[in-house]
Ligand binder design. Sequence first.
Ligand SMILES: N[C@@H](CCC(=O)N[C@@H](CS)C(=O)NCC(=O)O)C(=O)O
Length: 211
Amino acid sequence: MSRQPELIVWGAGTSRTLRVHWMLAELNLEYDNKKVGPRTGETQTEAYKAINPKGKIPVLVHGDLIISESFAIARYLRRTFKGLTLDQDQLSPEGVARFDELASFMLMELDATSLYIIRRHVDLASIYGEAPNAVISAKAYFCKMLGEGFSASELAEFVWGHCFSELDILLTTILDWADAVDIALPAHCHAYRYRMHQRPGYRLGKTNNKP
Ligand SMILES: N[C@@H](CCC(=O)N[C@@H](CS)C(=O)NCC(=O)O)C(=O)O
């Protein structure tokens, strides 16, 4: 393992924090993990808000850089440290455009507009209120978007091009989350998830993400 003592991850125990722990495991990097959890009060202290004024996890501290947003952190780590290589097609302007398209789609349509709506009105209903119709419609929207966004052939290998990337981390954590809230996934999505779950990086990331 290469020694990177200046890497500090704040946060553990959620699907968003897993994105960061998984990428760090893929890159074989050492880091400190401050295991603050959501809704424990730990993200709302003055000390934590000095690190992330949004009061959210995960956060990565790398030297003078403080960065929030799970996907941005995973992308920063993959770009900054050697370990995951991309092919020429992925690095072409068209490949980068496809990356942006996939990332925007997953973050907006699957994560924020669907899964987080469900979380707000089920697990966090005491804060955001009960909204059964919103939950039903968010689940239906998720299924529609997932079905239209990813065919079986598109998930036969990796989600983007021929090399593993943070987009696979993003999609797998989204599918795991959907499964956990009882959304029925198509067979090809389960097959893709299963393959990603066999990666040593996923397994180590899961272990390191424990609260
Ligand atoms: N878009 C952000 C979402 C971060 C987020 O909402 N984190 C939740 C846990 S999954 C959190 O920190 N909640 C604590 C709180 O709101 O107090 C990301 O992907 O990092």
